[in-house]
Design a protein around this ligand. Structure first.
Ligand SMILES: NC(=O)c1ccc[n+]([C@@H]2O[C@H](COP(=O)([O-])OP(=O)(O)OC[C@H]3O[C@@H](n4cnc5c(N)ncnc54)[C@H](O)[C@@H]3O)[C@@H](O)[C@H]2O)c1
Length: 434
């Protein structure tokens, strides 16, 4: 085992969360072994390359590898034998009933229980239902190994920045000593630390993501009111957000929430709550509203076209679930595009981070300009900054009909209208003047 100041940390699962954690902890001084089961991902990691895009992550990984503090392997047993601390960062996907599938966590815990040294600590960073630390204690079957919950709150697209400057670090432990051991890893990070029991830590993660989803569904409910009845939801949100009890973040109208976490975590929290007899209808309502939101965006396109979508050629800008990432998992953009394709549209799409079509029905274009050629409507589905700077006059020359549905509010409507475009912005009713 390593010394207290330079512990040996094993990170199991080197995806978005694990790789960022591994590189972040190595950067803070720990000796880190990343364990990755996928051979293709592992090959890339040996070459210093993440299998996904995150700003600054590749550079950080390379620097930590060169400094001799970070290496990668597939051998969980061999890594676990040397671990002072083992971070579990493996997937916890959605089961068919909505609950979290913990089978990978269980497998990893069984193996770690067989090999980890006495006095070591297992840390759960994967998002897991309340009570999973108790289950891990059973799976580990070791009285001499501590278990700590340290949930992850990284924002995709700014993962490295989220590690270095998080809003908070949550540490849930049964003993003070085990919590202290984990807290020491983050000694160089300036952030409030919330120390609690494991169950509360697990629930802080689910409750935070569920609250963000509820908030966005609320914002989109206001947006729908404005779209149908007039008013400007962006102004409404500005007015709301200045209330210090509400705050300005996460108040943007849009095409619905998605990504690899919010939908699965909302379902998993609902399943956990139902299992203990809590009324989880609030979360069910948010999910229902979100599904409707995808349909509403399609209706807006239909309304803008003043007719059926069938046979229409639609340009789509943005496929990732948000800007700053190449992550397409549970992307609202793909939910909307899927509906357009089902309705018989031809979709020509461009996304700065997507190099192969995620759906065979989509015609992927190399540039934003190429996507609009001959289109009857331009639909913006991801808030990439380059779309804000795109030339409206160039689009005006090649598009078949000067019509835009901006489902992210990213375009300067005045500039596009000056080029003769009819612009429908999410959350803005047509009776609104601004
Ligand atoms: N992506 C996010 O933004 C985010 C944020 C917070 C929390 N989380 C949670 O963190 C967990 C991991 O999410 P992710 O996005 O990093 O997933 P991911 O799919 O990007 O990465 C998981 C990695 O674990 C590897 N893996 C699977 N089984 C393994 C095993 N037995 N041994 C070693 N490696 C194994 C996979 O090959 C993959 O590389 C999930 O519980 C997720 O809900 C994710």
């Amino acid at each position: 085992m390593g010394d207290v100041d330079r512990p040996t940390v094993v990170v199991v699962g080197c995806g978005y969360v694990g790789l960022n954690t591994a590189a972040g902890l190595a950067d803070l001084g720990a000796e880190v072994f990343g364990v990755e089961a996928d051979p293709d991902r592992l090959d890339l990691l040996h070459a210093g390359r993440p299998s996904f895009f995150e700003p600054d992550l590749e550079e950080l990984v390379v620097a930590c590898v060169e400094a001799g503090r970070l290496s990668f392997m597939s051998d969980l047993r061999g890594a676990g034998e040397r671990a002072d601390i083992a971070y579990v960062c493996v997937p916890t996907p959605e089961s068919t009933d909505g609950s979290a599938d913990l089978s990978i966590v269980e497998d990893v815990a069984h193996t770690l229980g067989e090999v980890m040294p006495s006095g070591s600590t297992v840390v759960l960073k994967s998002t897991v239902p309340v009570g999973t630390c108790d289950a891990v204690a059973t799976w580990l079957a070791r009285d001499d190994v501590d278990i700590v919950s340290n949930p992850e709150f990284l924002q995709v697209g700014r993962a490295v920045a989220s590690f270095r400057s998080p809003d908070r670090i949550v540490i849930g432990s049964w003993t003070t000593e085990a919590g202290d051991r984990v807290e020491r890893l983050f000694a160089g990070v300036d952030a409030p630390v919330v120390r609690t029991d494991p169950r509360s830590a697990e629930l802080i993660k689910y409750a935070s993501n569920a609250y963000l989803a509820l908030r966005l569904s609320f914002v989109n409910t206001v947006a729908e009111m404005c779209e149908l009845g007039g008013g400007n939801a962006w102004r409404v949100m500005e007015g709301m957000g200045l209330d210090r009890r509400i705050g300005a973040a996460f108040l943007q109208p849009g095409p619905g929430w998605g990504g690899s976490c919010l939908p699965k975590d909302v379902r998993a929290m609902a399943a956990t709550g139902l299992a203990v007899g809590a009324d989880m209808s609030l979360l069910d309502a948010a999910r229902h509203l979100n599904e409707r939101r995808f349909d509403q965006i399609v209706s807006q396109v239909e309304g803008a076209l003043a007719g059926s979508i069938e046979g229409r050629r639609i340009a789509v800008w943005g496929l990732t679930f948000k800007a700053g990432t190449d992550d397409l998992r549970v992307s609202p953009a793909l939910a909307v595009v899927g509906r357009l394709l089902d309705a018989g549209a031809t979709v020509l799409a461009y996304d700065p981070m997507v190099r192969s079509a995620p759906d065979e029905g989509i015609v992927l274009c190399d540039t934003s300009e190429a996507a609009v050629v001959g289109a009857e409507c331009l639909l913006v589905l991801t808030e990439w900054p380059e779309f804000a700077d795109a030339s409206a006059s160039a689009a005006a020359r090649t598009i078949a009909r000067r019509l835009v549905v901006d489902a992210r509010g990213v375009l300067d409507a005045d500039r596009w209208m000056a080029e003769g475009f009819e612009v429908h912005t999410v959350g803005v009713g047509h009776r609104s003047e601004d």
